[in-house]
Ligand binder design. Structure first.
Ligand code: TRP
Length: 348
């Protein structure tokens, strides 16, 4: 293995920048997941070499009492990914726990990651508070960002599309890469977080759309359920009657209008809301229609995968295999850099 002065750019044959992101399997995806993450993933796969994976080990850091549920969520989530258009011909789609190399890299990174870096991590502190009902004073939960660094650096990703809450983890990944490169050999690039403008989407009750609040519109909800949920959405609370002029900026349903209605329609609706000629009930009916139209093809694709579960498994197996080959290559470099004797590791 030739050593280089700078962090290695990765395999020479592929010039496109590498993108990697993961999602914890929490079940079916909702519109918040779609607009907050997946939508961005879809656009990136057109231009970059993308790796998208199911972070099931990360899920177990908080759900260690019920790992069986996590296993059943994996195909549900991947079906949603495929239905919205993640394409296994363009992106490598895989499952973290199928690639044991992640665990090995995580272990090696753990050797030199200072515990105070982990204890200071703001996302860690927030989560411990938010999930106060769970015992998260565990070694695994503290090490969450180290595992994430292993996920990212294994594939020498340049860009990591994530939400703001994950920025500290990408920052720590950079620090871990720097430390590895300095201590052993410069093989890892320092990845950047790719933040998207995430629209502020609230659930049907006006709080953040979240599975734990039971206020989500799921990509796979049947049409009548979607219509009903849209009807429940909180609009401009300062407009008690239709005859009062409304303000779309105060309406919690309006961000969904923005995402689902074409520009011209949006302008018309904005104007008629302000002019008090369009009532909220009617306006939400228009939204439900547009949403159903946009989700139609996605739901049709999902029904196809539901009827062909083996195809989903085949896609994952092929993705796992591709990812594993890359992971093996990185680990050979890592072991060489750290100084293990490859020839006596017969289990390889
Ligand atoms: N921690 C991420 C989240 O909760 C999931 C994740 C795990 C991830 N490994 C990753 C995201 C690597 C990006 C890159 O959203």
């Amino acid at each position: 293995m030739a050593s280089t002065d700078k962090p290695g750019p990765g395999p020479e044959t592929e010039k496109r920048q590498r993108i990697l992101s993961g999602m914890r399997p929490t079940g079916k995806l909702h519109l918040g997941n779609f607009y907050g993450a997946l939508y961005n993933w879809l656009q990136l796969q057109e231009e970059y070499q993308c790796h998208y994976f199911v972070a099931d080990w990360h899920a177990i850091t908080t759900e260690y009492e019920s790992p069986q549920a996590i296993a059943s969520y994996i195909p549900e989530m991947v079906m949603d990914w495929l239905s919205v258009g993640l394409d296994p011909d363009k992106s490598t789609i895989f499952v973290q726990s199928a690639i044991p190399e992640h665990a090995e890299l995580y272990l090696i990174f753990g050797m030199f990651t200072p515990v105070p870096w982990l204890e200071r991590n703001p996302t860690y502190k927030d989560q411990i508070q938010e999930l106060a009902h769970k015992d998260l004073a565990t070694y695994g939960f503290l090490g969450y960002p180290v595992l994430q660094a292993a996920d990212i650096l294994m594939y020498k990703a340049h860009g990591v599309p994530v939400g703001v809450d994950q920025v500290p983890h990408v920052e720590m990944t950079r620090e871990i890469a720097r430390r590895f490169n300095f201590l052993y050999k410069p093989i890892f690039p320092e990845p950047e977080a790719l933040l998207t403008e995430i629209p502020k989407l609230t659930g049907t009750d006006g709080r953040k759309m979240s599975k734990s609040y039971n206020n989500c519109i799921y990509l796979s909800d049947p049409p009548e359920v979607i219509s009903q949920k849209v009807r429940q959405m909180v609009t401009d609370t300062q407009r008690p009657f239709k005859k009062d002029p409304g303000e779309p900026d105060r309406c919690l349903a309006f961000p969904f209008h923005r995402l689902n209605l074409p520009g011209k329609r949006l302008e018309e609706i904005t104007a008629s809301c302000r002019a008090a000629s369009l009532g909220c009930v009617e306006c939400k009916l228009l939204l439900a229609e547009a949403l159903l139209e946009n989700l139609g093809p996605i739901q049709e694709k999902r029904r196809y995968y539901e009827a062909h579960p083996q195809e989903v498994m085949d896609i994952l197996q092929a993705g796992n295999q591709k990812a594993r080959e890359e992971a093996r290559r990185t680990m050979a470099e890592v072991r060489e850099a750290v100084g293990f004797h490859q020839e006596i590791q017969l289990w390889r």
